[in-house]
Write a protein that binds this ligand. Structure first.
Ligand code: UDP
Length: 370
């Protein structure tokens, strides 16, 4: 079979790349291992009319207008600003830590809480290495040991199954600390949920006469039979190179979905449980699209080592190994017309908007400009 371009993976990165190339007149074939499109942002409506994010909660947020304009070409978005509570010492408090959180934890009057002063006192009585070289020290350097222990330490151990000292300081960049009462999880300029779901969004991105899709097919089983001028790979980085530098770690999740005979289960779309229970968080899906139902469906997340690869693991060993693979990637992209895009193929903790931007940039700068 001959096509211009083969893309491995029908997630956001594969779909975005496919669309741009299809619009330029290339014939694109997508090979997808799963039996559905949209990768890990796949969602579906259950029998109670509630949209379930099969692989865990996805909230679209970006500061990049081009990326926002791109997704809005393919779907309407519902106005939605994500808010998360953390269950700490028997109370539900805003997370990321903000002024309200601090007043609750330290028993202070909400509006007279001087965040800067409290954080500085907490930091001053804590031990950490400057500049911070790991996740534990990065968080402690911003809020001190007490808050780190309440909100981050045990959540991180549950999520990554390793001590926060073994995780890169870069992980701390995902979560801000707020001096005001802003209780949104993200502060990005553009935020929302695709009105008809992520699967429909991706379906619409892929809806082009130059794109064909083969679902439920592992690329590696048929790669010898495929001929194309260009290959775009969005699967696991180490697998492409037959693990020549050793296996990279990926984390997975057991997502236990339960439906309850009541209108609402909890007070927020997501509640984090850093210290209690074995799950990290519970998501109540109906909040995302404000879906009305007399029942409600929620999802408990239990992190695990094996299974569908959801997360890269930011330890020193993995990052070093990744860098070896990335040298091979560079060579493939320059010499062989094989390009790597996305969370799994670049081994980067990308958000959805970053995946789209990475795909747009790679196609425009590395493929179309050749
Ligand atoms: N984290 C934490 N406590 C929380 C939320 C997050 O310690 O209540 C840490 C944890 O290590 C987590 C990381 O911050 O894996 C990133 O959190 P985020 O909410 O961005 O994770 P995602 O939504 O990608 O699962």
């Amino acid at each position: 079979m001959k096509v211009d371009i083969v893309i491995v993976g029908a997630g956001l990165s594969g779909a975005t790349a496919a669309r741009i190339l299809a619009e330029k007149g290339y014939k694109v074939l997508i090979i997808e291992r799963l039996k559905h499109i949209a990768g890990h942002c796949y969602d579906y409506k259950n029998e109670f009319g509630i949209s379930i994010h099969k692989y865990g909660p996805h909230i679209f947020h970006t500061n990049d207008k081009e990326t926002w304009d791109f997704v809005n070409k393919f779907s309407k978005f519902r106005y939605y600003q994500h808010r998360v509570l953390s269950y700490v010492e028997g109370n539900y408090v805003p997370f990321p830590v903000n002024r309200t959180t601090l007043s609750r934890i330290f028993g202070l009057k909400p509006y007279s809480t001087d965040v800067k002063k409290i954080l500085q006192q907490e930091i001053d009585r804590s031990n950490y290495i400057k500049p911070p070289l790991n996740f534990r020290d990065a968080v402690v350097s911003q809020m001190g040991e007490k808050l780190y222990s309440l909100f981050y330490k045990n959540y991180t151990i549950k999520q990554w199954q390793t001590h926060p000292e073994n995780i890169s300081a870069d992980l701390a960049k995902r979560i801000p600390i707020r001096e005001n009462d802003d209780n949104r999880y993200f502060a990005d300029k553009y935020q929302g949920i695709p009105l008809y779901g992520y699967t429909k969004l991706v379906e619409s991105i892929l809806d082009h006469e130059n794109i064909s899709i083969l679902l439920g097919q592992d690329y590696f089983e048929i790669k010898e039979e495929l001929k194309s001028d260009i290959l775009i790979y969005t699967g696991e980085l180490d697998r492409y190179f037959n693990y020549k530098y050793g296996k990279l770690e990926y984390r997975s999740l057991d997502l236990k979905i339960e439906t309850y005979e009541k209108e609402y289960f909890q007070q927020a779309a997501v509640i984090n449980y850093p210290n209690d229970y074995d799950w990290t968080r519970i998501t109540e899906f109906k909040y995302f699209l404000d879906e009305k139902s007399s029942k409600t469906s929620v999802c408990f997340e239990y992190p695990k080592a094996s299974g569908e690869p959801y997360y890269i693991v930011m330890t020193k060993e993995n990052i070093q190994k990744r860098d070896l693979y990335l040298q091979e990637v560079k060579r493939c992209e320059e010499m062989d017309n094989v390009f790597f895009i996305g969370r799994l193929a670049e081994y980067r903790y990308y958000n959805m908007d970053q995946v789209i931007k990475a795909a747009v940039d790679k196609v425009n700068k590395n493929i179309l400009s050749k």
